[in-house]
Design a protein around this ligand. Structure first.
Ligand code: PRP
Ligand code: URA
Length: 209
């Protein structure tokens, strides 16, 4: 079973409550998604590896830690995952950005992949997959399948709101991937929307409904 880490920080909880509120408009919604992604990213990246380098301060020579290895890759699941990219780039400004395009069929709720472009040397990078919503889990499971099929081995996923059904499905499909979630909600409804959730994340970020 993979690790599932639910956020407990009061700042994250407060911002998720604002995000859920139906009175929150597009501009504020976008800003909150980015801020939450940054706060969640800070927690999710706490185990990044460092190595010692020698530098000289204005005072003296010293040996200090720097991040190890190839730059991480952030991979948003389109569309809604795009809203989280800026928050991760605020922490890792040199990160590479890949994209995976998926949509859920409105009737079957099954995901379809329509695009996947990842940075080179993906097998050497930490890959951070971002999507605000984990509902049935189908989209994230298939996205990670695609990313693994292209060689990635070190993957973390970040979702702001998850349904218990999606968390269970994801951990069963990808026991080697750590999942960071802002909130695990009550359940899915008959339309596979998360309750209480926040509605359609893509529509709220891009103002399309
Ligand atoms: C939403 C969301 C996830 C997916 C979650 O995307 O951003 O990608 O649904 O549902 P699942 O866990 O049941 O697969 P949607 O398909 O609505 O596309 P959009 O981001 O383009 O709006
Ligand atoms: N996708 C969303 O945007 N919201 C949900 O509640 C479920 C899937």
């Amino acid at each position: 079973m993979s690790d599932v880490i639910e956020m407990t920080h009061p700042l994250i909880k407060h911002k998720i409550t604002m995000l859920r509120d139906e009175r929150t408009g597009t501009n504020e919604f976008r800003q909150l998604v980015e801020e939450i992604a940054m706060l969640m990213g800070y927690e999710a990246l706490a185990d990044l590896k460092t190595h010692d380098v020698e530098i000289k301060t204005p005072i003296e020579n010293t040996v200090q830690p720097m991040l190890n290895g190839k730059k991480p890759a952030v991979v948003p699941i389109l569309r809604a995952g795009l809203g989280m990219v800026g928050g991760i780039l605020a922490l890792l400004p040199n990160a590479k950005v890949g994209h995976i395009g998926m949509f859920r069929d409105e009737v079957t709720h099954k995901p379809h992949v329509y695009y996947c472009k990842l940075p080179s040397f993906i097998e050497e990078r930490l890959v951070i997959v971002v999507d605000p919503m984990l509902a049935t889990g189908g989209s994230l499971i298939d996205a990670v399948n695609e990313i693994k099929a292209r060689g990635a081995e070190n993957i973390k996923c970040m979702c702001i709101i998850a349904a218990p059904e999606g968390v269970a499905a994801f951990t069963q499909a990808h026991p080697d991937v750590t999942l960071y979630v802002g909130s695990i909600d009550r359940c899915l409804n008959a339309d596979a929307y998360i309750c209480p959730g926040l509605g359609d994340a893509g529509d709220r970020i891009f103002g399309t409904k």
